[in-house]
Design a protein around this ligand. Structure first.
Ligand SMILES: C[S@@+](CC[C@H](N)C(=O)[O-])C[C@H]1O[C@@H](n2cnc3c(N)ncnc32)[C@H](O)[C@@H]1O
Length: 239
């Protein structure tokens, strides 16, 4: 595991076991902001307290970018975050990651996690960090989230983490009626699973990756899929 500085200057981690960077090389912070936080802005504007499920938590970029966005919104919502991460070694890296000055300040409130503290009650957010394999943690989760970020290693290198029955079924059960589930993947098998669970889906921006991401909700979404893409989703067998 080693650090890599991405194009916007923010550091990410390269994981030798999964042979993947934690973020797109276009920018770890940029990706968190545009592929997660910004897509959530409709939900973030809709209430003063937002329940967010952020998984896997990794270095916590997606939460940090969301808190940044919230400060620009008129309602400045409070974020009540539940996060899951398997590897405490990654959490410990938050305290020593080579962030440049501006980012260092943003990550400062998360540094206590590196000492083993798993709850934070801050001015703008609270965090309950569960250190566990998400495949074991999700069946125990009973909540009602406004937002779910799903940011596991890719379906190609970690297919078990993209299972309809072992992952997305639980995410759907824990998503409230107006909530959004946001993920960076365009996998047709993942999309097919989301549809089978009764969710509506739409593509998101492709920023920094070859393919767009996916947003899912129990409410209707404006749908920009082409007929050809629908056919691929219906036929999808493998990731
Ligand atoms: C792409 S990174 C997540 C990046 C993170 N969302 C961020 O904003 O920094 C994938 C993360 O999944 C974690 N992970 C891998 N397998 C897992 C599992 N079975 N359960 C929970 N976390 C897992 C890895 O330790 C790694 O931190």
């Amino acid at each position: 595991m080693h650090y890599v500085i991405t194009q916007d200057g923010s550091p990410t981690i390269y994981d030798e076991n999964f042979k993947e960077h934690h973020h797109s090389l276009i920018g770890a912070y940029t990706e968190a902001f545009y592929k997660f936080a910004q897509l959530a802005s409709t939900v973030l504007r809709s209430k003063n307290t937002i329940k967010l499920l952020d998984l896997p938590f990794g270095l916590g970029y997606n939460l940090v970018a969301t808190l940044d966005l919230c400060q620009t919104l008129p309602n400045k919502p409070f974020i009540e975050c539940t996060a899951i991460e398997k590897d405490f070694e990654i959490i410990q890296k938050i305290a020593v990651c080579p962030f440049e000055e501006n980012l260092k300040n943003k990550f400062e409130p998360l540094k206590v996690l590196s000492c083993g503290q798993n709850q934070i009650h801050g001015k703008y957010f609270s965090l309950n960090l569960i250190i566990e394999d998400l495949l074991l943690a999700l069946p125990k989760l009973k909540d009602n989230f406004d937002l779910i970020y799903y940011d596991a290693f890719s379906p190609r290198s970690a297919p078990a983490l993209w299972s309809k029955d072992n992952v997305f079924k639980y995410l759907a059960e824990n998503l409230n009626e107006n909530g959004f589930l946001i993920t960076y993947t365009a996998s047709n098998k993942v999309r097919k699973g989301l549809l089978e669970l009764g969710l509506n889906i739409a593509p998101t921006s492709a920023l920094g990756r070859k393919m767009p991401g996916t947003i899912a909700s129990k409410q209707k979404l404006s749908n920009r899929f082409t007929e050809e893409t629908w056919q691929k989703i219906q036929k999808a067998q493998s990731y």
